[in-house]
Design a binder for this molecule. Structure first.
Ligand code: HEC
Length: 248
């Protein structure tokens, strides 16, 4: 039982046996295992390649057919969708802290809702006035009077005319709201025309603006896209039928 006798009697035997076993296993591994483990990989790669080329072919086929199929269809990325998507980003960064992403506001803090608000879905002019100038209430919204807080111009943020147009378009077409889109050239022109009005503007001034008065119709590049929208099944169909933007 001494360590030296163990070394002499068994260790070489064990090592020889292991070495043989290892040699067999290695031999097996190189001959059989490699192809067996790689084969499924190779097969799936081939399948993916074939599937990918089919999908790619179908996509490019659809792209090629699109402009012919829809009379008003434009480039692959719908500019109206992008306008509203950018507006959603402006909203979440500059308005949602008070009016909430849900558009429901926070009555307890004096932040009125934009979802279902008559000021949001009504005439473009009074809505643009409120957002460009800010607001000093009290203001009635959906039957509740708000006035414990003041809103600064553009929610207190340095928004460009384009961002204002996008965010107004977004809030007029979110949470079930339906309204016309508003373009940057309309905001630019209107902002200049009301530059002399106070900011925040007292509600009484906003109340003077006729309920359904829209901004001067200038360039409205997405009007055609909006009119063609019913095919997409979105609620964008409503503006054309709703009474408010009749001046368009
Ligand atoms: C710091 C909080 C705050 C931010 C940010 C803010 N608002 Fe307001 N907003 C208010 C308050 C408060 C009122 C009501 C003012 C009052 O009662 O005098 C209001 C009123 C409004 C109204 C009219 C009332 C209604 O509910 O329809 C609109 C429209 C509006 N905000 C849109 C916006 C938009 C768009 C933005 C982002 C560009 C924005 N607000 C950012 C606090 C805010």
């Amino acid at each position: 039982m001494s360590p030296s006798s163990e070394n002499i009697d068994y260790q070489p035997t064990m090592n020889v046996a292991r070495a043989h076993a290892a040699a067999r296993e290695h031999a097996d591994a190189t001959v059989q295992e490699a192809p067996l483990t790689n084969l499924p990989l190779i097969l799936s790669a081939v399948v993916l390649l074939i599937a990918g080329s089919f999908i790619g072919a179908n996509l490019s086929e659809q792209k090629g057919h699109r402009p012919q199929g829809g009379a008003q269809a434009g480039p692959p990325m719908d500019p109206k969708e992008k306008w509203l998507k950018d507006g959603a980003a402006v909203f979440s960064n500059n308005c949602a802290s008070c009016h909430q992403l849900t558009g429901l506001g926070n009555t307890g803090s004096g932040f009125p809702p934009l979802a279902g608000s008559e000021w949001v879905t009504g005439g473009e002019k009074r809505l643009a006035t409120i957002v460009l100038k800010g607001l000093q209430g009290p203001i009635p919204v959906k039957g509740t009077t708000y006035g414990t807080a003041v809103m600064n111009a553009k929610g207190g943020n340095p928004l460009t005319d384009k961002q204002v147009a996008q965010v107004l378009s977004h809030i007029r077409n979110s949470w079930g709201n339906t309204g016309s889109l508003i373009m940057d050239d309309q905001i630019k022109e209107y902002a200049a025309s009301i530059a002399a009005l106070p900011s925040p503007i007292p509600f009484a001034e906003v109340g003077k603006i006729p309920e359904s008065e829209n901004l001067p119709p200038t360039k409205k590049p997405f009007e055609a896209a909006a009119a063609a929208a019913p095919a997409a099944g979105t609620p964008a169909a409503a503006p054309a039928a709703s009474p408010a933007p009749a001046a368009n």
